[in-house]
Design a protein around this ligand. Structure first.
Ligand code: GLY
Length: 318
């Protein structure tokens, strides 16, 4: 048994390990761990109180993958339901002939299954931060007078700083039967264009698990993981017989090789079916966490650094 998670999973990893120790499945553990992050008001990139889109609306993305059956479920741009990972799990478990539901359809499904719905998804503090950031960029956007037709194209590239406002949580678990599950949940980029979907709900991009080889999950600038199919890419390197460290480095190099004007920070965590694990990052000092059943508390490890020079709107970033 083993759980690894992004460092912001610390509020949930002990509870997730307890699920495994009680005989629960990897899927149960991943869901339990991520729910605690989604409910944490201090976490600004996941669930309740995440930073909203440019219109001040919180839109959540999440996915879960069962590495035994290669089943998965996902939701995208869902509003009003804090436990996006649980709704994603239900998309998988209810045997819909679908893998992902988005927007109003995801919300309709969440209501239909009785998922917990909260009237307010943002604290006054986060609303004030959102408003201030728009006012600081008021040359680009009339904050006092936004409506359906307000032009957002320029504002969204300037008001969003991907180095500061991207987040997301990853959990990967191996249970007592050797089944692997990976889960990802996020509020996506802060101040994103309404309707923007990141890598987190896209199986193969931000999340992938296969009992035969291992699993990978990503945080950071999801557009890059979508373009490079990062999570599936890493697992396919494991499938080719490469050790986990080499598979991780190759997946990060695939990200580094991407062209284009919008390149930001990226991170991944991964494990192989034997329980060897790795964390990779473009940001020095970034960590991830892990827990075995004989540990009362999780451990924390520095991720391996792979430099990817950031570019934003064509400009190199410091
Ligand atoms: N990696 C999370 C996102 O880009 O939305």
């Amino acid at each position: 048994m083993l759980i690894i998670a992004s460092a912001n999973g610390a509020v949930g990893i002990e509870a997730a390990m307890q699920v495994l120790k009680n005989g629960g499945s990897a899927i149960d553990a991943v869901e339990a761990g991520i729910r605690l992050v989604e409910a944490d008001p201090a976490e600004r990139s996941v669930g309740y109180n995440g930073y909203p889109n440019i219109l001040g609306q919180l839109e959540l993305d999440a996915s879960i993958m069962d590495g035994g059956k290669l089943n998965s479920g996902a939701v995208a741009i869902m509003r009003g339901f804090p436990y996006a990972i649980s709704v994603a799990r239900q998309v998988m478990d209810r045997k819909l002939p679908h893998v992902m539901l988005a927007g109003e359809g995801a919300e309709r499904f969440a209501r239909e299954i009785g998922a917990e719905q909260w009237a307010s998804m943002l604290s006054d503090e986060v609303k004030a931060i959102w408003r201030k950031r728009l006012i600081d960029n008021s040359a680009l956007l009339d904050v006092g007078d936004m409506d359906e037709d307000s032009p957002l194209l320029d504002a969204v590239t300037m008001a969003t700083d991907p180095e500061r406002v991207a987040g997301t949580v990853n959990f990967i678990a191996i249970d007592g039967k050797g089944d692997i599950c990976s889960g990802v949940s996020t509020s996506g980029w802060a101040w994103k264009y309404p309707g923007r979907v990141g890598d987190s709900p896209i199986i193969g991009a931000g999340n992938y698990a296969d009992n035969r080889y291992g699993a990978c999950a990503c945080t950071g600038m999801g557009e890059m993981a979508i373009r490079a199919c990062t999570a599936y890419g890493l697992v396919s390197y494991l499938r080719a017989g490469l050790p986990i460290q080499v598979a991780g480095q190759k997946a990060m190099r695939d990200l580094r090789d991407l062209g284009g004007d919008f390149i930001g920070g990226m991170n991944l965590i991964a494990l192989d079916r034997a329980g060897n694990h790795v964390g990779m990052t473009t940001r020095a000092g970034s960590t991830y966490i892990y827990q075995h059943p004989d540990m009362d508390q999780h451990g924390e490890i520095e991720r391996r650094l792979v430099e990817i020079p950031a570019r934003w709107a064509g400009e190199a970033r410091q």
